[in-house]
Write a protein that binds this ligand. Sequence first.
Ligand code: GUN
Length: 302
Amino acid sequence: MAAKLIKGTDIREQILEEITAEVKQIKEKHGVVPGLVTILVGENPASISYVTLKIQTAHRVGFKEIQDSQSVDITEEQLLALIDKYNKDDSINGILVQLPLPKHIDEKKVLNAIDPDKDVDGFHPVNVGRLMIGGKEVKFPPCTPAGIQEMIVRAGVETSGAEVVVVGRSNIVGKPIANMMLQKGKGANSTVTIVHTGTKDLASHCQRADILIVAAGVPGLVKPEWIKPGACVIDVGVNRVGEKISEKTGKPIAILRGDVDFDAAKEIAGSITPVPGGVGPMTITMLMLNTLKSLKFKLGIA
Ligand code: GUN
């Protein structure tokens, strides 16, 4: 294997240790810890497993964590009232409403009701605007793009002047990471191209990329011949392509595949993220970092 493996599992451990140490310091000096509430509506198994992991991680780093599970029948009005309650709660620095929500609830209305200064997901239009302006305006970069940028920086990849090609234009990954990489400053200052389903020649754009970020949701979309030798390849895709029996538990587990043909790509790239164990573990880590930042903004120490 030629490429250096960028492991999200290892970077997560480093960052969570840094957060734990900072939480301890703040607690000693200011007598408070970051407070995070996760609101889960209904019993979607994937949402339950995400929220459980978020809660476990929050406990691990020493946060106050409230899990607020609501019945699938909660009305939109009741959910908005709940958000209002946490907006006013001084001990809460981050509010996360796990998506997707049931169909009778307007997701946009709910996300827009969260106080932008507690919106640790970075989904509120105010935070999207802050991200677009860049620099000191940015409070909460959305977690997956923030994790991607952190991985690139910690892998020691030069971003200034680099050709970055982003495959995919979603509001959660493609658009924000493209925006972040073009800003002036550390871990950015790149020349950015976004390609998508309307792009005429995907391959030729990808072949120019010093840093190729793929968030298309199409297993194996990026072929090895699309990769510039020595490029940094960040694969955001987590596609379930089948099931297998876990050797550890004897139970069926999903077979996951990224958007990049990993086995072939790793022979050409300079560095590459695996799936699983690449970008995935970074999302919850950056949620913790945003929640810590929220408290630091409030204390005037950010
Ligand atoms: N559902 C899947 N991913 C996410 C996420 O990052 N944030 C929220 N709030 N819901 C999700």
